[in-house]
Design a protein around this ligand. Structure first.
Ligand code: NAI
Ligand code: SOE
Length: 399
């Protein structure tokens, strides 16, 4: 069994989740083709890097991410920094011949995402964008139902991503509220996840009409402490503007002819990680709520008039991604498991010399949709989404 050396850049929330996954991959997926070795971690300062290395179990630490990219012993570069660094690091890493996994959104803008995709196409290395929610067993089970035709032809797809960590105006100005770092607000941060799920389950989105709004227009500058979500303690008395969207609501048309809606906000008191989707097809319906992520609700026309209704399937070893997790259903799938599956699939692709999805092409297509949403919110018009042609790498006009 071979090992593979990982260089992780960013030791915050996602640094923790990815480090956990690297330790856990061989525990869950055994035997495994490649055992990840946590070689080097980069953070914003030497102290933060040394601290992260000790905490997450990396052999080395650095405050210079370029030393990871330049290190011939590193096989995988993992980008878990705020969004403004994704493009620069990913392009440098791909050009240095590394396999790259990058957190979502792939980039701040569609231009950056396009450049990252071009760099990925120019190598034979594996690239992946970390849309991990599609690896939740119940979401993958929904995909199985759709692919098997169990709900027939999809007529509509509606999804929400609601959180409340930013609902308090005294929560400090996290990087997630700053356009120069984040690119956009709820659109790139969380709507992008349900855009990925929409594409995964219902196919390409061809046109959108959207509105966005920013209700909390300034926040206290982060004074002390970590940039932690929903933290109301680190703010100074100085205020600074929020220049990204708080909320987005979108109607979408799919290339298949299906229609749908996507909504995202981080200001919905009481909603924590309320990722839901409901799909209605000609033969049945599927409903999912991440806050009950062991469950998928399904309803089939074929059940007959006297017994038709939603029933709950608890995911377990017999469901997608489940055999390697826990031995019986409903023990509780966590966020960490989605990251473990994601890491396993990434390493399997590297070992087999095969591509993995979602890749930088998927990240780019999601960025094209994010961009169309932001354009539509500005103009008030329906806005077409160009479709990435994976054969040529070029964009085609929406169908
Ligand atoms: P965070 O703010 O918790 O952590 C980011 C870390 O990057 C911080 O520790 C910061 O010091 C470090 N950093 C900043 N500049 C650096 C540099 N030059 N070199 C090395 N490290 C540097 O942010 P979080 O929540 O971990 O987000 C990181 C990325 O992951 C973002 O792109 C975000 O959108 C994405 N994300 C994805 C999630 C998912 O479910 N897939 C969940 C949370 C975040
Ligand atoms: C904050 O909204 C956040 O951490 C997002 O950045 C992640 O992508 C999401 O999965 C959890 O919430």
């Amino acid at each position: 069994m071979k090992t593979i050396n990982v260089g992780l850049i960013g030791g915050g929330f996602m640094g923790k989740a990815h480090s956990l996954a690297y330790s856990a991959v061989p525990m869950f997926f055994w035997p495994t083709d490649l055992i990840p070795v946590k070689k080097t971690i980069a953070e914003a300062s030497e102290d933060l890097a040394a601290d992260a290395a000790a905490r997450f179990g990396f052999e080395n630490s650095t405050s210079d991410w370029r030393s990871i990219v330049d290190d011939p012993d590193i096989d995988v570069v993992d980008i878990a920094t705020p969004n403004h660094l994704h493009a620069e690091i990913a392009i440098a890493a791909l050009q240095a011949g590394k396999n790259v996994i990058c957190e979502k959104p792939l980039a701040r803008t569609v231009e950056e995402a396009g450049a990252m995709y071009a760099a990925a196409r120019a190598t034979d290395k594996v690239h992946m964008v970390a849309f991990n929610y599609r690896r939740t067993p119940a979401v993958a089970l929904a995909k199985r139902y759709v692919d098997e035709g169990a709900i027939g032809e999809i007529l509509n797809f509606r999804a929400t991503y609601l959180q409340d960590w930013s609902a308090d105006p005294s929560a400090p100005l996290s990087w997630r509220f700053q356009k120069k770092i984040a690119g956009s607000g709820a659109v790139g941060d969380i709507a992008t996840h349900i855009i990925d799920i929409a594409r995964y389950l219902a196919g390409e989105i061809s046109s959108v009409t959207a509105l966005t709004s920013t209700f909390i227009k300034e926040r206290p500058v982060q004074g002390a402490g970590a940039d932690s979500l929903g933290n109301t303690k680190g703010g100074s008395s100085e205020m600074a503007p929020v220049d990204v969207d708080d909320e987005v609501m979108t109607l979408v048309k799919f290339a298949s002819g299906a229609v749908g809606s996507l909504e995202a906000t981080r200001n919905a008191w009481g909603r924590n990680n309320f990722i839901t989707f409901e799909i209605h097809g000609t033969e049945g319906s599927i409903f999912f709520n991440y806050e009950n992520r062991d469950e998928l609700q399904v309803c089939f026309k074929a059940d007959g008039d006297d017994r038709r209704g939603f029933r709950t399937v608890y995911t377990g070893p017999n469901h997608p991604n489940g055999a390697n997790l826990w031995p019986i259903p409903a023990l509780g799938i966590g966020y960490g498991e989605t990251k473990i599956i994601e890491a396993h699939d990434f390493f399997t692709a590297i070992a087999g010399g095969e591509p993995v999805r979602p890749d930088f092409g998927d990240g780019y297509q999601a960025a094209l949709i994010d961009h169309a949403i932001l354009m539509s919110a500005e103009t008030g018009a329906w806005t077409d989404v160009p479709l990435l042609d994976r054969e040529t790498g070029l964009l085609r006009a929406a169908v």
